[in-house]
Design a protein around this ligand. Sequence first.
Ligand code: SF4
Length: 360
Amino acid sequence: MSADYTSATQQQRHDWTRTEIRALFELPFMDLMFQAQSVHRQHFDPNLVQMSTLLSIKTGACPEDCKYCPQSGHYNTGLEKEKLLALEKVLEQAQLAKTNGASRFCMGAAWKNPSARDFPHVLEIVRQVRALGMETCMTLGALDQEQSDALAEAGLDYYNHNLDTSPEFYSSIITTRSFQDRLDTLERVRQAGMKVCAGGIVGMGESAEDRVGLLQELANMPEHPDSVPINMLVKVKGTPLQDVENLDPFEFIRTIAVTRIVMPRSYVRLSAGRQSMNEQMQALCFLAGANSIFYGEKLLTTPLPEESADLALFAKLGLNPEQLHTREPAALKPHLQKTPREQSPLFYPVQQKLLTETLN
Ligand code: SF4
């Protein structure tokens, strides 16, 4: 089979078969990268990357048993636990993230689900972060419909709830909830009108077929998630996955590329595990269609590359951070526009420089 999905008629499908997705994974690497980049350019400016900052608003002692997670109360990882952060502390961090160029502020709490006691506080956090002029995203565990509606009403833009892995491999990674539980919460989030952020983790010892299965589940949802974080497992000492075998980096890049092709309009986020990727690998991930990163000190509890390293890489690649509400169609070249992103402290005017040099 040819496995060419670059034409406009192939976009936004929700009926992907595993055979089709497997065929994409098995393409020659160069062909896969070309297809992914071709699809990417139909929907996004290839030189813009959406930047999110993530803050853990409640850390550790989670009753769930996700085998990859240092925050699970089931494992002893030496993680310092923290209660739900005070509103002022969250706002301080959100303002800092905004100043540093993030357009979205993501907040995570290590809960099975939000309690009735904490929920009003969470809603107030959403209202006030939103008032700073940032997009808001939260990950709080499972939600019922009432909670989903209340978060939407408070102004929450995105809800993150990852599928983690394929339905078949799910119970090897988590036993305290089911794959269906995850789908149910995502459906409630959609019903409430919030945008969905849902992805998974690779490198957990899953098979190639499990990666196919994960992407099939995500792509065949009633609507593609607006954001799809693809995480590379960060092996944390004390978790059951601490010694799992490394995933071949090319397999990770292929996963990004196939994600881009099967969910062409979604933001594909290069997420956890970026710390261990060298610049060249990150560049290949961007070429494969990743167009969103977490930017900041920590990704919940695992470190991210230094901000300055991110900026240096952006400068080398001529990438710029996408600012809120400035998403432009790929046809409009960034160097021909004057947009608010130029006011960002992260803005790197490489396109203008190159254009000027070329024209002169
Ligand atoms: S991934 Fe989330 S739900 Fe699972 S143990 Fe960690 S904090 Fe809890």
